[in-house]
Design a protein. Structure first.
Length: 130
């Protein structure tokens, strides 16, 4: 399974890089969007100047790709990530910690253009489709 970070989905929606092409090469059941990423995207569309069109694009995306909940397993994984990074002297953003926890809970590869930050997370597989 591939779990999609916000920047990967934004690139896909804007037609940047090869993200859309890679996304379309997988069936929807191979893909997931962490609930935290759904929040980031929703927030961004509400703030955008062309909000109605972007909200429509986002709704269409959410109809085809499952939103993965931030459940107790994701919370546990995120907590372990947070403590491990803290002990190692590394830091990533709090929302990125929750996204990483969700990907780990699902045994998924995180698709992101932010591989530098996510590469610090022990055990997290990442791919950059840009």
């Amino acid at each position: 399974m591939f779990v999609l970070d916000a920047n990967a989905l934004i690139h896909a929606l804007k037609g940047k890089g090869r993200v859309r092409e890679r996304l379309l090469s997988h069936s929807p059941d191979e893909l997931g969007i962490p609930a935290i990423v759904a929040f980031e995207l929703e927030r961004g569309t509400l703030r955008a100047p062309n909000s109605p069109r972007r909200q429509s694009d986002l709704a269409s995306l959410f109809e085809h790709i499952a939103i993965l909940p931030f459940d107790s397993e994701a919370a546990s994984r995120a907590a372990h990530v947070s403590v491990a990074l803290e002990k190692a002297g590394y830091k990533i953003g709090p929302l990125d910690t929750l996204i990483a926890g969700t990907a780990l809970a699902h045994g998924a590869t995180l698709v992101t253009h932010n591989t530098d930050e996510f590469s610090r997370v022990p055990g997290l597989r990442t791919e950059d489709w840009f």
